[in-house]
Design a protein around this ligand. Structure first.
Ligand code: URA
Length: 450
C-alpha cells in the first residue's frame, strides 16, 4: 500500500482496490475495537474505516455497533484524513454514475439541512430553463429538517425511485432527475437513517461525508453547496458552518468535482411554510412568479452560482420565473417521474391556530421551534422507515418584520392526528414574539466560499 493510500490522501478507495484490502487485511478488525478506538479519542486507520463502512453496508456490522461508533464520532470528531477516508469508503460502497458522454453541463446543489428549505424544488427547474442539466440525488427528512423527497412525494404519483437507466434517459430527454440515492453511497443511506434516530445528526464529519458521498457518486461535474448557519441548522455557529463548508469544498475539489459553497442564514424558517405538501404549494407560487422574497432570493442566488459553475452565461434566472419557462420545466420533470400536478396536494385534516394577543410587528421566529412543531405534527420521522404525514406542517402567516393586528392568526398547524397538536403548540411557545419594532435580521446570503 502506498503512503498516499495509507494516509488517505487519495480519495477513490474503490478504484484503488482498498475495498478488497479491507476484506483481506481487515480480518483482524472487529467492531468493538473500532468503536473503542474512537470512544477513547483515537484516530481510525484507513483499514478500519474501509472495513467498518464495508461491513455495515453488507450487514456484517450491526446497527447497534454503528450507532455506538456514530456517537463516538459525534463526541470525539474526526481528523481531516479520517473524514476524507470515511467519505471515500462511502462513495466506494456503491456505484458512481458517469453521464459525461451525454455532453451536458451537469451541475447540482445540496443543502446541509434547513427549516422550510424547499429551495431544490424551484431551483432545479430554474437552472434547467437556463440551459444546465441537474442530476439531483436528494434525501429524506433528517432530524428536525425536512427532506426534498418527502416533500415531492406529496404530489400524487411522483416517484423518486429511478433506475440508473431512467436517470440517464431523463437527463438526456428533459435535462434533470430528482431521485433517491438508491445504489449511490448505500452506506450513507443506512447511516443517514441511523443518525436520524440516534441524535447523531449534528456532527461536522458526519454531515460532510454524508453530503459529499452522495454528491460525488451522482455524476455532477460541478457542485454548489448551501451551507446553513444558525438556530435551525445542524451546526449553530458561523465558525462551525464555515469549517463545514471549507471541508466539503476541499473534498469535492480533491475528487475532481469543482465545488463552491454559499453560507446562508438559517436562524428563521425560509418562506411561510414548513412541512411537506405546504412547502410544495409554496414552491409552486415561486415558479408562478410570486412566492416569499427570501425563497426567491436564495433560489436565484444558488441558480447564479450553479450556472456560473456549469459555464452557462448570458441568461437571467429571474426571467425564467417571470415568463413561465421554469414552471414549464417543473411540470415536465414531475410528469416524467409519474407526478400529477392536477390533483390537489394533501393537507392535514385537523388544524389549530395561534393568534396575536396584541398588535405590533412580528419579531424574529426561531427556526428550531417551528421545525420541532412540524416534526411533532408528523412531518418528520421518529423511527426508521416510518411514513411521514404529507399534509402535516406549519403555515406562518406573518414573517419577522411584518405588521400584526391584535387577534390576527400568526400560525396554522396542520396534522392528520389531532392528539399531536398540543405538543406541537408547546414547541412553538417562546419561539416567536410580537413587539414594537422590526427585528434586525442580517443578510440571507452570508458569504461565498470556494
Ligand atoms: N444532508 C445530507 O445529505 N446529509 C446530512 O448529514 C445533512 C444534510
Amino acid at each position: 500500500m502506498s503512503d498516499a493510500r495509507r494516509h488517505g490522501s487519495h480519495l477513490d478507495a474503490r478504484h484503488h482496490g482498498s475495498h478488497l484490502d479491507a476484506r483481506h487485511h481487515g480480518s483482524h478488525l472487529d467492531a468493538p475495537s473500532v468503536i473503542r478506538t474512537k470512544r477513547d479519542g483515537g484516530i481510525l486507520t484507513d483499514a478500519a474505516i474501509d472495513w467498518v463502512i464495508d461491513g455495515y453496508t453488507r450487514g456484517l456490522v450491526a446497527d447497534e455497533q454503528m450507532s455506538a461508533l456514530l456517537m463516538a464520532i459525534f463526541l470525539r470528531g474526526m481528523t481531516p484524513g479520517e473524514i476524507t477516508r470515511w467519505t471515500a469508503a462511502m462513495v466506494a460502497s456503491g456505484e458512481r454514475f458517469d453521464f459525461t458522454d451525454l455532453g451536458l453541463p451537469l451541475v447540482d446543489k445540496h443543502s446541509t439541512g434547513g427549516v422550510g428549505d424547499k429551495i431544490t424544488i424551484p431551483l432545479v427547474p430554474v437552472v434547467l430553463a437556463c440551459g444546465a442539466a441537474v442530476p439531483q440525488a436528494a434525501g429524506r427528512g433528517l432530524g428536525h429538517t425536512g427532506g426534498t423527497l418527502d416533500k415531492l412525494e406529496s404530489i400524487a404519483g411522483f416517484t423518486p425511485e429511478l433506475s440508473k437507466t431512467q436517470i440517464r434517459q431523463q437527463l438526456s430527454e428533459i435535462g434533470a432527475a430528482i431521485f433517491a440515492a438508491g445504489d449511490l453511497a448505500p452506506a450513507d443511506r443506512k447511516i443517514y437513517a441511523l443518525r436520524d434516530i440516534t441524535a447523531t445528526t449534528e456532527s461536522l464529519p458526519l454531515i460532510a461525508s454524508s453530503v459529499m458521498s452522495k454528491k460525488l457518486a451522482e455524476g455532477a461535474q460541478s457542485l454548489v453547496l448551501d451551507v446553513k448557519s444558525g438556530r435551525g441548522a445542524f451546526l449553530k455557529t458561523e465558525a462551525e458552518s464555515r469549517e463545514l463548508a471549507a471541508t466539503m469544498v476541499a473534498l469535492g475539489n480533491s475528487y475532481g468535482v469543482p465545488t463552491r459553497a454559499l453560507l446562508t442564514d438559517m436562524n428563521r424558517p425560509l418562506g411561510y411554510t414548513v412541512g411537506n405538501s405546504v412547502e410544495v404549494a409554496e414552491s409552486l407560487e415561486v415558479l408562478a412568479g410570486g412566492g416569499p422574497a427570501d425563497v426567491v432570493e436564495l433560489t436565484l442566488a444558488l441558480a447564479a452560482e450553479m450556472l456560473d459553475a456549469a459555464g452557462v452565461d448570458g441568461v437571467d434566472p429571474a426571467q425564467t420565473l417571470r415568463d413561465g419557462t421554469a414552471m414549464d420545466r417543473f411540470r415536465r420533470l414531475i410528469a416524467a417521474q409519474g407526478g400529477d400536478l392536477s390533483r390537489p396536494l394533501p393537507i392535514g385534516a385537523h388544524n389549530e391556530t395561534v393568534t396575536a394577543a396584541a398588535g405590533g410587528v412580528m419579531g424574529d421566529i426561531d427556526a428550531m421551534a417551528v421545525a420541532m412543531a412540524a416534526w411533532r405534527l408528523g412531518a418528520g420521522r421518529a423511527a426508521p422507515g416510518h411514513p411521514v404525514q404529507l399534509g402535516a406542517g406549519v403555515r406562518i402567516h406573518r414573517r419577522p418584520g411584518e405588521p400584526v393586528a391584535a387577534g390576527e392568526t400568526l400560525f396554522t398547524l396542520y396534522t392528520d392526528t389531532p392528539e399531536r397538536l398540543g405538543a406541537a403548540l408547546g414547541e412553538l411557545d417562546g419561539g416567536w414574539s410580537v413587539g414594537a419594532a422590526a427585528p434586525d435580521l442580517g443578510p440571507l446570503v452570508i458569504d461565498h466560499l470556494g
